[in-house]
Design a protein around this ligand. Structure first.
Ligand code: GTR
Length: 410
């Protein structure tokens, strides 16, 4: 029924969309494996959502063994005068202990100063170490494996990815920002498993080898652990976390957002293959290409679908649908053909079926063609933009994501 209410509402407001959109050759989003039509939120939440989540876990991202982990937090550095007094910087060492083993991760957090209320948080993993996200000299240099010649972090690379982390702007807009190096959970290389958090989590587990998490699963697991910490910080509003991930870390962000509903807003920036982009009819990076280049990212089961996308029991719009009813933003870039913007857009449109079930406006763009560059479509609970330019995450992207989050958090 919601479908029709929306159709009428949107047609009077001049926005139209196609009813009953379906991805050809893919099991229906709103039909259970028993062939029952899903027409209520209750059926979605009790039956279909868990079914889909389970399929993504066993076939693609890996099953969380739900190890009993004891976690401790130690502030290793803090300064209330960061960025000329605008923010408090806190670096926290998180120690996880399970199955007789230990693992650590270092979280970098900036909190805007002078706020009376708890502030919303933007969370994302980073690719090169916390110290590479900012030229702030007090940020500790990671001692873990990093990409590069000798695999050691070097002070000369401090701030080398700072254009991707506009901290001061986010702080000015009232957001706290937190990040952790992805290598703290799984070093991003083919032999990364041994140095990852996974041997500790899977010790003694009965999850079959073929369905175990690898890098992307471990990164997603780590994102949830950051929220565990936010819940203990009085300055932060842990119910207002915008999770933001770029590219491979966008894939991890989507899986984290699907697995853990504490993320209030989820943003996929150019996550492409096995992220926001549909596998079926995908241009650029296919399932077999991603699995052969990055055999350590996804569960081994995923390799069964190399060159057989049409055998997948899911497609990526179903992953996006697991965010509902929470706000979701999919960002693409016009020259990022490897990620396939058209297929990211299609996926963002197709997940709308579930948003409609909740009576929410889906993506307010019902056309196959991409919208013009730098023209964000943010009216619905699902948003999309096509930034002009190459693969990357820029100040422009952040600005759109914060505009979108403001609507829900302010
Ligand atoms: C590419 C990979 C993409 C994307 C990207 C990135 O090499 O093929 O799936 O994840 O890396 O993370 O920048």
């Amino acid at each position: 029924m919601y479908k029709w209410i929306w159709a009428i509402l949107l047609s009077v407001t001049g926005v139209s969309f196609c009813l009953g959109q379906h991805l050809e050759g893919c099991p229906a989003l709103l039909e259970t494996t028993d062939g029952e039509q899903v027409t209520s939120i209750r059926q979605w939440e009790r039956i279909r959502r868990p079914e889909i989540k389970e399929l993504f876990a066993t076939q693609i991202y890996g099953v969380d063994p739900c190890a009993k982990v004891k976690t401790t937090y130690r502030v290793i550095e803090e300064d209330s005068e960061a960025f000329d007094g605008k923010a408090t910087r806190r670096q926290v060492r998180i120690t996880f202990a399970a199955n007789g083993m230990e693992h650590t991760a270092d979280l970098l957090l900036y909190i805007p100063n002078g706020k009376e209320k708890r502030v919303p948080v933007i969370l994302g993993l980073n690719f090169k170490g916390n110290y590479a996200t900012t030229s702030d000299p007090a940020v500790l240099i990671t001692e873990r494996w990093v990409k590069g010649i000798n695999h050691r972090a070097a002070d000369s690379l401090r701030g080398c990815t700072s254009s991707r982390w506009p901290y001061e702007r986010a702080l000015e807009r009232g957001y706290a920002v937190a990040t952790i190096y992805n290598g703290d959970f799984f070093p991003d290389h083919v032999d990364g498993y041994a140095g990852s958090v996974l041997p500790m989590l899977y010790a003694g587990s009965r999850v079959p080898d073929s369905a175990r998490m690898k890098a992307v699963g471990a990164w997603a697991w780590g994102l949830s652990r950051a929220v565990d910490y936010f819940e203990k910080v009085p300055e932060l509003n842990a119910r207002q976390v915008m999770l933001l991930g770029h590219s491979r870390l966008g894939k991890a962000a989507l899986w984290a957002g699907a697995s853990d509903q504490r993320f209030a807003v989820v943003v996929s920036n150019e996550s492409g293959s096995t992220g926001a982009s549909l596998a079926r009819h995908k241009k650029g990076e296919s399932v077999s290409r991603i699995n052969s280049r990055y055999p350590y990212w996804f569960a081994d089961n995923y390799k069964k679908y190399n060159d057989r996308e049409f055998d997948l029991p899911v497609d990526q719009h179903m992953l996006l649908a697991l965010m509902a009813p929470r706000p979701l933003y999919v960002g693409s870039a016009s020259q990022d053909l490897w990620a396939d913007p058209s297929n990211e857009l299609r996926s963002a449109r197709l997940c709308g079926e579930v948003y409609r079930l909740y009576g929410l406006q889906p993506l307010a763009w019902d056309r196959e063609e991409l919208p013009s560059v730098n023209t964000p479509i943010q009216q619905g609970t699902v948003a999309y933009h096509l930034r002009e330019g190459r693969h990357g995450i820029t100040a422009y992207d952040w600005e759109q994501y914060m505009d979108f989050a403001d609507k829900y958090f302010k």
